[in-house]
Design a protein around this ligand. Structure first.
Ligand SMILES: C[S@@+](CC[C@H](N)C(=O)[O-])C[C@H]1O[C@@H](n2cnc3c(N)ncnc32)[C@H](O)[C@@H]1O
Length: 235
């Protein structure tokens, strides 16, 4: 599969610019901004949320950086690489109001993972690992309106994100939250972030004095290679 992770085309159409303010950020600016939080972009499990992610110019670069860390530490062991690569993917979140952007963003992220994975392990690579990554991307990159935190269709349902936490190495705990609940504790950060930055603390892992969001669903622990195995969730 070709690496379509670099997107130099900043405008798709004048109409999209005037309707949705869609002008994608160029790679040079993306990298300069990410370098302001370089350490976080290279940390495997640091969580990034981009509320108007477009087709993923920031999120794809974050994933590339995280995967460089995963490869440098764990490439010797395929199972460890797989586990930490899944954790890296699971820490990246985005919302966009345009469905085609959401699909492109998921696909670009998947291709970055898959190219790295297949180049390292060639015929030894596993479809289960690819399934887990695809499933997580479908849950983490969502079609939604970042202003009212709902789906942009007539149902106007709350945007629901999944928190993925690694437990005892290869097991994963999933908990689902509404985005509005997650942001209750961070509204100030969120409002500032919408205008100034691409990163807001979604599931805080920095020991902030605690606002504890309430999960709407708690899932049983699951092995990271079995994520999405029995789920027929249509997203
Ligand atoms: C200036 S572009 C930036 C895209 C991407 N963040 C980047 O830097 O390449 C703005 C994006 O916001 C999306 N957008 C506009 N209004 C939105 C809303 N209410 N909720 C979510 N996304 C929105 C557009 O579809 C577009 O992809």
């Amino acid at each position: 599969m070709s690496d379509n992770s670099i997107n130099n085309n900043q405008v798709k159409s004048k109409k999209r610019v005037s309707d949705h303010g869609e002008v994608f950020t160029a790679p040079r600016e993306v990298n300069a901004m990410l370098d302001l939080v370089k350490q976080e972009t290279e940390r495997i499990d640091s969580r990034f949320f981009e509320p108007a992610c477009g087709n993923g110019n920031f999120l794809t670069e974050v994933l590339k950086r995280k995967l460089i860390t995963v490869e440098s530490r764990y490439a010797q062991s395929q199972l460890e690489f797989e586990c930490y690569a899944v954790i890296a993917v699971s820490s990246i979140y985005g919302v966009d109001i345009l469905q085609d952007n959401v699909e492109e963003c998921r696909e670009r992220l998947f291709v970055i993972f898959n190219n790295k994975y297949t180049s390292l392990y060639k015929s030894q690579n596993k479809d289960e690992c690819r399934r887990s990554v695809k499933y997580i991307l479908n849950r983490n990159i969502l079609w939604g309106d970042a202003l009212n935190l709902k789906t942009p269709n007539e149902k106007a349902e709350p945007i629901i994100f999944s928190e993925w936490s690694a437990i005892n190495g290869s097991m994963i705990k999933r908990r689902d939250f509404t985005l509005s609940n997650l942001l209750e504790g961070d509204l100030h950060t969120y409002n500032a972030a919408k205008y100034k930055s691409f990163e807001i603390p979604l599931f805080s892992d920095e020991g902030d004095p605690a606002f504890l969001p309430t999960p709407i669903v708690n899932f049983p622990l699951i092995h990271f290679l079995r994520i999405g195995e029995n789920d027929t969730d249509k997203l």
